[in-house]
Design a protein around this ligand. Structure first.
Ligand SMILES: [Zn+2]
Length: 136
């Protein structure tokens, strides 16, 4: 992937993970450009199929494009940052992200967004008064 495209994806996302909303400035690990539909599933390297992602979301997501809703057992696609609106699928409960829809719940589960270490990281950022960002 060329550098101008990488920069475009990060700038479009305001340097915030498009899944868990963590700003890259607070992540000790390098941010990634995520293929929303993985290359393994013929997802192209094109603006409409790319999202800024923290390392944790990206590595948990891998090539997944769906998961099983823990509430209903139904196969459900993952959140699509280019087509879906974050606030329609997720909301904050302190440092924990809650799923409002099957898509939200599956995405939280597959991407391990509420891993205890990640919740603790967000709790500390909230305590410092730097998270979530005012612009979110
Ligand atoms: Zn993330």
């Amino acid at each position: 992937m060329d550098e101008p495209l990488r920069q475009f994806v990060f700038e479009r996302a305001q340097r915030i993970c498009e899944y868990c909303r963590l700003p890259d400035e607070f992540d000790p690990l390098p941010f990634c450009v995520d293929h929303i539909i993985a290359q393994q599933h013929q997802g192209p390297t094109a603006e409409f199929n790319l999202a800024a992602s923290c390392f944790s979301c990206n590595s948990s997501k891998g090539p997944n494009i769906a998961g099983v809703d823990p509430d209903t057992g139904q196969l459900t696609r993952l959140f699509h940052p280019r087509r879906d609106i974050w606030a329609e699928h997720f909301h904050w409960n302190g440092p924990t992200v809650c799923g409002l829809t099957a898509i939200g719940r599956v995405t939280l589960y597959v991407l391990d967004i509420n891993d205890p270490v990640r919740i603790e990281h967000r709790r500390l950022l909230i305590e410092e008064g730097v998270f979530p960002l005012k612009r979110l």
